[in-house]
Design a protein. Structure first.
Length: 271
């Protein structure tokens, strides 16, 4: 049995993610333009990122006015309930800007600093992934009903399909490309999807053997990390550490340690 509060938070996250996903899918203007930039001129925010975050925070605040928020587009409220919502209203903004389908809405609920519920909606796939702490990971999609997720059976590293992402700061992405070049001969192949939350859910659902990235923020991985762990994947950062801005990794149990070791050897976390 999962905690009733966790289930309540999950249901609210599902409602908010569904409504924000519908707004993004159905309300995308034909002349969508960049509203602002973040870390570099190619790291963009659109008007739809901002609108989706407002929809999510307004909806949650109406039902839980004492909760806190941490959102990519500026939502930052301390709260007094012990619950904080960690929100990426549009993960994969560049994909969305170009009309590519790999983008998502990611919403996680933390209770006293621990992630207890997470939802990742991927509207252009028609899929939504969700988990509560200790309750497994689940998804809805083109199939009937909810499907319980499980990461792939462990493959040898040389047969592992691994995804990654690249930073929008030129010097950082150049180093990331060097790390990827060293990894490619040691793996089945590398993919680059463009949404960290989707990549983490693809590890959870057995579509990838592993995923790693440097430069992620809490809103990029809070929901997806819980979903991956509840599906049986291991997650972490540098050896002995949790996923963090320096490095985030999620992989099947047999792939995780050798992948982490290689990333440490290759200095994947270096500036």
């Amino acid at each position: 049995m999962t905690d009733p509060l966790h289930q309540e938070l999950l249901a609210l996250a599902q409602d908010a993610a569904h409504k924000a996903g519908a707004l993004l899918r159905d309300g995308r203007p034909a002349d969508l333009a960049v509203a602002a930039t973040k870390s570099s001129p190619i790291d963009v925010v659109t008007e739809m990122d901002i609108a989706a975050e407002k929809l999510i925070t307004d909806l949650i605040s109406e039902q839980r006015p004492d909760d806190g928020f941490l959102g990519e587009e500026g939502a930052s409220v301390e709260g007094t309930s012990g619950v904080r919502w960690v929100i990426d209203p549009l993960d994969g903004t560049v994909n969305y800007l170009y009309g590519l389908p790999t983008w998502s809405v990611s919403i996680a609920a933390e209770l006293h600093g621990e992630t207890v519920a997470g939802v990742v909606a991927v509207p252009m796939r028609g899929e939504t992934f969700h988990a509560v702490l200790g309750g497994g990971a689940w998804a809805t999609g083109a199939w009937e009903g909810e499907r319980r997720l499980a990461c792939r059976p462990t493959a040898p590293l040389e047969q592992a399909l691994v995804s990654t992402g690249f930073n929008y700061v030129t010097e950082v992405r150049a180093h990331q490309a060097d790390v990827a070049q060293k990894l490619i001969p040691l793996l089945r192949d590398i993919r680059r999807g463009g949404s960290a939350a989707v990549d983490l859910c693809d590890v959870a659902s057995g579509r990838l053997d592993g995923y790693y990235e440097r430069g992620l923020n809490p809103w990029d991985l809070a929901a997806g990390d819980l979903i991956a762990r509840e599906a049986g994947a291991l997650t972490g950062g540098r050896p002995g550490e949790r996923p963090a801005r320096d490095l985030a990794i999620a992989a099947t149990p047999g792939v995780f340690e050798p992948l982490q070791r290689l990333l440490e050897d290759f200095g994947a976390w270096h500036d």
